[in-house]
Every structure is written in structure tokens, then in C-alpha cells.
Design a protein around this ligand. Structure first.
Ligand SMILES: Cc1cc2nc3c(=O)[nH]c(=O)nc-3n(C[C@H](O)[C@H](O)[C@H](O)COP(=O)(O)OP(=O)(O)OC[C@H]3O[C@@H](n4cnc5c(N)ncnc54)[C@H](O)[C@@H]3O)c2cc1C
Ligand SMILES: NC(=O)c1ccc[n+]([C@@H]2O[C@H](COP(=O)([O-])OP(=O)(O)OC[C@H]3O[C@@H](n4cnc5c(N)ncnc54)[C@H](O)[C@@H]3O)[C@@H](O)[C@H]2O)c1
Length: 451
């Protein structure tokens, strides 16, 4: 028996779910196929469990400040397992929400691993399923390096599977995931070492912001090791690891090694050749501005296209694709990939949108660029012995000083950015920022009072 759908998404992650739901809302007979857990990376081993852990770390930090606020607390330990239990229960509730959404929208949820049979057919659990439109939204998986002993380490998926708190952890990598996981472990009390190959993590971010992050990490006792390229990993009879870097630096008695060195797209096992879908050398699927692959009727959205690998990007691209296919009023709908805001959940968080100062100076004449920055002690910890600086920065361009980059690191930056992203999307200039009445006392007001 063959089931047939108007629209089929492979992968029930951010992109697949959003597109299948929207297709069904627009009247299509839609289905989504998932090999693991509904919600994909973001819900199960990404944004959601990460943010819960970040909140845990945030509470640990607040406890540090409590004394100065007059609370005499006796801390009776921290129980990793309790945090994990509540986190996973929360994720279970999210799964339930997705299933209710599928039922009410009329989306068929199919469990199993999908492989292409031809351009209109996939095989799942031995069943052939056909569809007029198929979207590949299979996301990616963490990369493990090719060094001896690498398998003694875990990846971000393994981090979320930990039932006990590591005593001594080494986190390798310099991107979002490395910075976020190392930050959480450190704040929760694990002896944490972050190993980066170059001089700093987050090198693609604005330099003033990463400088400020390094300053905060130093102040908070983070152990950052630069110019560390791991050569080998060994395990002793007690099960503890020794990690040796090419320059001879060694980390011994490590009970948890976490690789956070990037992700590989999940395109290698789905028999794309049978459908004739082209894959780039990096495993990513090239798409045009409408998410079309080279094969008519087959599309790709989300991480596997290589475009900004963020949940809201996958969701929006998926929804707009479904609108284009099934809503005649939006037959030309397509994603606008400009000015995508993003947060790194470091401690404190980093928020960024638009060009860094270096990018702006590389794209425009130097005299066209005007930079405004402010470093200030946020009130929250300024009254404690842990006074620390926040850094906010605007990059403006041209005679009207259009704001083309906005960057910040500081308490609350994760919640501050969204509204400013709206302003920038609308083309706000420095004068528009200046004309806006500040909210006092907040950190956000710095952005509208920069001189
Ligand atoms: C640790 C971590 C933290 C993150 N934090 C954030 C954050 O704070 N904010 C943010 O915006 N983004 C964050 N991201 C990125 C975000 O999770 C991804 O950008 C997003 O999940 C991409 O969605 P997607 O639909 O492309 O793929 P995914 O969410 O990865 O979904 C793909 C799904 O397809 C399934 N699948 C794969 N192959 C098949 C097959 N053949 N058959 C059936 N099913 C298949 C997979 O099991 C998976 O469930 C984080 C990522 C990680 C790893
Ligand atoms: N807060 C968020 O929105 C958030 C959080 C986590 C992940 N994400 C998304 O997930 C994507 C993947 O995150 P990521 O941190 O895995 O990847 P990434 O591409 O951001 O960073 C990988 C880092 O690892 C380094 N690296 C590569 N090979 C290495 C090696 N052999 N040894 C040491 N370091 C090595 C790279 O130089 C790079 O800095 C991100 O690009 C981001 O889009 C977003």
C-alpha cells in the first residue's frame, strides 16, 4: 500500500514541523517523518535543554550576588540529576504540544528513517510514501575530529545525556556550542577548561564584544587555553582521560571531554542520488532563494542548506515555502536572510545583528563608518563585589548614520536584542535611536543614549 501526500517533510525538527503544519493549515494533505524525537535538534539536544542549563547556571551566579543583597544563604550542594529530570520533563511536555498541533492541523506524523526511492517517493519502515512536494529538513549531527582517542569524548548530544555532573571537563571548540557548554559547566562548579585553536573563541563576532567576553571569563575564573590543537586522547585504567595538544600542553584526570567543533549535515544516508538531488562537497544541499533544490518538487530548509543555522531561520524558511506552495496569495513568498539577529548564551549573553566593525570597514569607505560604544557596570552586579562591565556598540553608515550593526554583551542582552532587530529591519538611523526615550534604569537605555 502506498500513502500519497501533497506535502511531505523529512525531519520533524524546526524546519520540517513548521513547514508541514503551515502546509496543512493552507489545505494540503501533509505529513512529516521523524527518525528520532519530535522537535529535532532544537527541542531535544539544542536550544531548549541548553537554555534550561543556562538558567541553572544563571541561578548559580545569582547565588554569588545574594550576600550583597542581604541574603545569608547556606548552600547545600547542587544536584545535577534534579535539574536534568525537570529539564527532560519539560521537553516531554513540548513533545505533547507538537503532537496536539499535528492533530489539530491534520498533519500525519510518521516515525521512522526516510530514504529516497525516486524524486517523488521515500521509503520508511519498508513502506513507500509518495508526495507531490518533498522537503528535506534533516538537519545535522555533531562532528567528531579524526584524532587518536577522539571517541573517548562526547559531543553536545552526549552532554545533554549526562546524568552526573562532570568533575573535570575539557570542552574543545570555539563556536557557540563550546562557549555555551563551557560557561554552564563552569558556573555550576565543574573544573572546566575551554580549548581553542586560535587566540580566542567566537572569532567571527565583533572584536570589542569578544574582548569583553574574554575579560568577563577572566574575572569569573574561566580557564581558557588558546592555541590548543588536540593531538591525542588517552584513557587510563581509572577511566580518566589525558588530552595532549600539539604544542605539548596536557590536561590530565579529565572525566568528561566534549567536542564542540561544528556539525555535519545529515545528507549522507538518505539516498539523495536516487532522487537526483545535488549535494555540495561539504554535504550541504544547495538551494535557490525559494528553497528549491536542483530537482523540481524537492526543497530543502534549515541547517542542511547551510544558511544561518538557527531555529527561527529554519522555521521561517519552512513556513514561507509552505505559503508559496499552497497559498495563492503568497505565490512569491521567500525568505529574507538579511539582518538575522543571534544570541550566544554565554555569561553574560552576547547579542548581535548586522555587520561587525571589521566587516563594515571592509565593505564601506572608512569615513562612511561611525562607531558608538559604551562600557558600563550594570546595576545588577555593580552593588556586589562582582561588579562587571557590559559593552554595547553601534555601527552606523553613511551621512544619515543608518545603523548597520548592533552588538552587545551584558546581563539581559538576550532579551534586549529582539526589539532593536525590528528597528534595524525598518532601517533605523542613529537619529531614530536618539529620538527614542530611554527606559530607566535599564541596560537597554545605553543603546539610545550613545554619544
Ligand atoms: C547544542 C545546540 C544549541 C543550539 N542552540 C540554539 C539556540 O539557542 N538558538 C537557535 O536559534 N538555534 C540553536 N541551535 C541550532 C538549532 O538547533 C538548529 O538551527 C535547528 O534545530 C535546525 O532545524 P532543522 O529543522 O534544520 O534541523 P533539526 O532540528 O536538526 O531537525 C532535523 C530532524 O530530522 C531528523 N532526521 C534526520 N534524517 C532523517 C531521516 N532520514 N528520516 C527521518 N528523520 C530524519 C532528525 O532526527 C531531526 O529530528 C542549537 C544547536 C545545538 C546543537
Ligand atoms: N545560541 C545559538 O543560537 C546557538 C547555540 C548553539 C549552536 N547554534 C548553531 O549551531 C551551529 C553549530 O555550532 P558549533 O558551535 O558546533 O559550530 P560553530 O561552527 O559555531 O563552531 C565550531 C568551532 O569549532 C572550531 N573547530 C573546528 N574544528 C576544530 C578542531 N579540530 N579543534 C578545535 N576546534 C575546532 C571552529 O574553529 C569553530 O570556531 C552554529 O553555527 C549555530 O548556528 C546556535
Amino acid at each position: 500500500m502506498t500513502r500519497h501526500f501533497d506535502y511531505l517533510a523529512i525531519g520533524a525538527g524546526s524546519g520540517g514541523i513548521a513547514s508541514a503544519n503551515r502546509a496543512a493549515i493552507r489545505g494540503a494533505k501533509a505529513a512529516v517523518i521523524e527518525a528520532k524525537a519530535v522537535g529535532g535538534t532544537c527541542v531535544n539536544v539544542g536550544c531548549v535543554p541548553k537554555k534550561v542549563m543556562w538558567y541553572g547556571a544563571h541561578i548559580a551566579e545569582a547565588l554569588k550576588y545574594a550576600e550583597a543583597y542581604g541574603f545569608h544563604l547556606t548552600q547545600d550542594g547542587f544536584d545535577w540529576a534534579t535539574l536534568v529530570k525537570h529539564r527532560e520533563a519539560y521537553i516531554e511536555r513540548i513533545h505533547g504540544g507538537y503532537q496536539r498541533g499535528f492533530s489539530s492541523n491534520g498533519v500525519d506524523y510518521i516515525e521512522g528513517f526516510a530514504r529516497f526511492v525516486d524524486a517523488n517517493t521515500v521509503e520508511v519502515n519498508g513502506e513507500h510514501i509518495t508526495a507531490d512536494h518533498i522537503t528535506i529538513a534533516t538537519g545535522g549531527r555533531p562532528l567528531i575530529p579524526d584524532v587518536p582517542g577522539a571517541d573517548f569524548g562526547i559531543d553536545s548530544d552526549g552532554f545533554f545525556a549526562l546524568q552526573e555532573q562532570p568533575k573535570k571537563a575539557v570542552v574543545v571548540g570555539a563556536g557557540y556550542i563550546a562557549v555555551e557548554i563551557a560557561g554552564v559547566l563552569h558556573a555550576l562548579g565543574t573544573d572546566t577548561h575551554l580549548l581553542v585553536r586560535h587566540d580566542r573563541p567566537l572569532r567571527q563576532f565583533d572584536n570589542d564584544i569578544t574582548d569583553a567576553l574574554l575579560q568577563r571569563m577572566d574575572q569569573d575564573g574561566h580557564q581558557l587555553h588558546t592555541h590548543c590543537d588536540v593531538e591525542k586522547v588517552e584513557k587510563n585504567s581509572a577511566g580518566l582521560l589525558t588530552i595532549t595538544c600539539k604544542d605539548g600542553q596536557q590536561f590530565t584526570d579529565v572525566d568528561c571531554l566534549i567536542w564542540a567543533i561544528g556539525r555535519v549535515p545529515a545528507t549522507d544516508k538518505i539516498n539523495l542520488e536516487a532522487a537526483g538531488v545535488e549535494v555540495g562537497e561539504n554535504g550541504l544541499i544547495p538551494v535557490d532563494e525559494y528553497q528549491n533544490t536542483n530537482v523540481k518538487g524537492i526543497y530543502a530548509v534549515g541547517d542542511i542548506t547551510g544558511a544561518a543555522q538557527l531555529t527561527p531561520v529554519a522555521i521561517k524558511a519552512g513556513r514561507l515555502l509552505a505559503e508559496r506552495l499552497f497559498n495563492k496569495d503568497m505565490a512569491d513568498a521567500k525568505m529574507d536572510f538579511s539582518l538575522i539577529p543571534t544570541i550566544v548564551f554565554s555569561h553574560p549573553p552576547i547579542g548581535t545583528i548586522g555587520m561587525t566593525e571589521d566587516q563594515a570597514r571592509a565593505c564601506h569607505d572608512d569615513q562612511e563608518i561611525k562607531v558608538y560604544r559604551s562600557q558600563f557596570a550594570a546595576m545588577y552586579n555593580a552593588i556586589t563585589p562582582h561588579r562587571a562591565l557590559s559593552t554595547f556598540k553601534l555601527i552606523c553608515c553613511g551621512p544619515d548614520e543608518r545603523v548597520i550593526g548592533l552588538h552587545g554583551i551584558g546581563e539581559g542582552m538576550d532579551e534586549i536584542l529582539q526589539g532593536f532587530a525590528v528597528a534595524m529591519k525598518m532601517g533605523a538611523t542613529k537619529a531614530d535611536f536618539d529620538a527614542t526615550i530611554a527606559l530607566h534604569p535599564t541596560s537597554a537605555e545605553e543603546f539610545v543614549t550613545l554619544r
